[in-house]
Ligand binder design. Structure first.
Ligand SMILES: *[C@@H]1O[C@H](CO)[C@@H](O)[C@H](O)[C@H]1NC(C)=O
Ligand SMILES: *[C@@H]1O[C@H](CO)[C@@H](O)[C@H](O)[C@H]1NC(C)=O
Ligand SMILES: *[C@@H]1O[C@H](CO)[C@@H](O)[C@H](O)[C@H]1NC(C)=O
Ligand SMILES: *[C@@H]1O[C@H](CO)[C@@H](O)[C@H](O)[C@H]1NC(C)=O
Ligand SMILES: *[C@@H]1O[C@H](CO)[C@@H](O)[C@H](O)[C@H]1NC(C)=O
Length: 327
């Protein structure tokens, strides 16, 4: 890692005037500012009569400072034809509101080329804004809700994003309508026809109020979704309730059936316990001389003589039991 080439101070101060400087400078240096990315690239320098590899040195300068090597990236003696300032160890790159100038030169052995420079930039001023990320569309009753996240993280105290949705009916012939700008990370498209397919694209804009700058963004890929209706949601709910009820009835029934099958003997025992004779009747049967029947008859209307049949039915039962006990 060479901090600053100590071998050729004169070349660095006035490279183009030195006779040793026959090396052509890198061509077409470009800075790519896409979302959070800051990458400088250039075209390689080829020399037909020298097989040693050409290396490149990148330097930067802020408005009121001197040129210097960029720390944290390997761009002082690189054989690559690019320098990524947002690489891992310097993740954020140059501060995004700083006025940055960059230059690159080729080096081969003792020879250095002239500097090739790119125009100054401020990330927030010159950035190309990509489409919003993680776009999700939720269909609603004659509406669509689009949720998304910012194209990249920004310092919210300095700049903000605002969003637009372009949308149109897929089968229709009308031009796309635009909703926005909105500052939230969702857009509600309402007043749409139910059960129709709509296609949409969203885009973000970066706003830097202090500098009066608005950077337009790229539209997202087209995505299409169908709206729903109230009727459809009602039907859905009805089906859900039906299925729920059905299950809550059928499952216990099934369980009962299973249990009955398994414990058939026990169940029979419970349900077929011998009929009990009402206490008063039993008393009477033990001692028919008692005037209980008359007393009962007096209390009840003549129609209600269920007791008669009970006594008739239960009398043989009692006798049979007695007979069984006696054997
Ligand atoms: C290679 O060619 C260039 C001209 O194209 C010349 O200036 C330079 O001296 C040559 N270098 C060597 C090592 O021969
Ligand atoms: C950034 O710096 C360059 C010179 O280094 C200057 O010409 C330009 O006006 C500056 N831009 C802003 C916005 O200050
Ligand atoms: C620079 O390159 C050296 C060796 O080529 C490597 O060890 C080092 O991790 C690199 N640094 C960065 C920031 O890439
Ligand atoms: C950045 O934008 C300014 C104008 O806003 C322009 O003068 C400058 O050349 C741009 N820088 C780059 C690298 O495109
Ligand atoms: C958008 O579409 C292009 C080409 O169809 C594809 O390469 C790209 O990955 C898509 N982007 C997203 C975010 O899906």
């Amino acid at each position: 890692y060479l901090p600053f080439s100590p071998l050729f101070p004169s070349l660095i101060l006035c490279p183009s005037q030195d006779p040793l400087s026959q090396l052509p400078p890198p061509q077409n240096p470009k800075i790519r500012l896409y979302n959070a990315e800051q990458v400088l690239s250039w075209e390689p320098v080829f020399l037909s009569n020298d097989t040693r590899p050409v290396t490149y040195r990148v330097q930067y300068k802020y408005t009121a400072s001197e040129w210097g090597d960029v720390s944290g990236v390997n761009c002082t003696k690189t054989t690559e034809t690019w320098c990524n300032f947002t690489a891992a160890s310097l993740s954020q790159g140059f501060p995004r509101h700083f006025n940055v100038s960059l230059r690159v030169q080729a080096e081969l052995g003792e020879r250095v080329s002239a500097w090739a420079t790119v125009p100054w930039f401020q990330h927030y001023r010159n950035v190309t804004v990509g489409p919003p990320e993680n776009i999700e569309v939720a269909p609603g009753d004659g509406s669509l809700i689009i949720r998304f996240s910012a194209p990249f993280d920004v310092d919210a105290s300095m700049v903000t994003f605002q969003y637009y949705a372009h949308y149109w009916e897929k089968a229709g012939t009308q031009k796309a309508r635009v909703k926005g700008p909105v500052k939230s990370n969702f857009i509600l498209l309402d007043g749409l026809k139910p059960l129709r397919v709509y296609c949409l694209q969203v885009k973000a804009e970066l706003v830097w109020p202090a500098q009066g700058i608005v950077r337009p963004g790229h539209l997202s890929n087209i995505s299409c979704s169908e709206t729903t209706t109230d009727a459809a949601t009602e039907l859905e709910q009805a089906i859900l309730i039906f299925v729920g009820t059905f299950l809550s009835v059928v499952l216990p029934m099934g369980a009962c059936f299973f249990l009955v099958l398994k414990y058939r003997g026990l169940v029979k025992y419970w349900f077929h316990s011998p009929p009990k004779i009402p206490l008063q009747i039993e008393e009477y049967l033990k001692d028919p001389a008692q005037p209980i029947l008359e007393a009962l008859d007096k209390d009840r209307s003549p129609k209600e003589d269920a007791w008669d049949s009970v006594s008739i039915v239960s009398l043989p039962e009692k006798e049979r039991e007695d007979a069984l006990q006696n054997t």
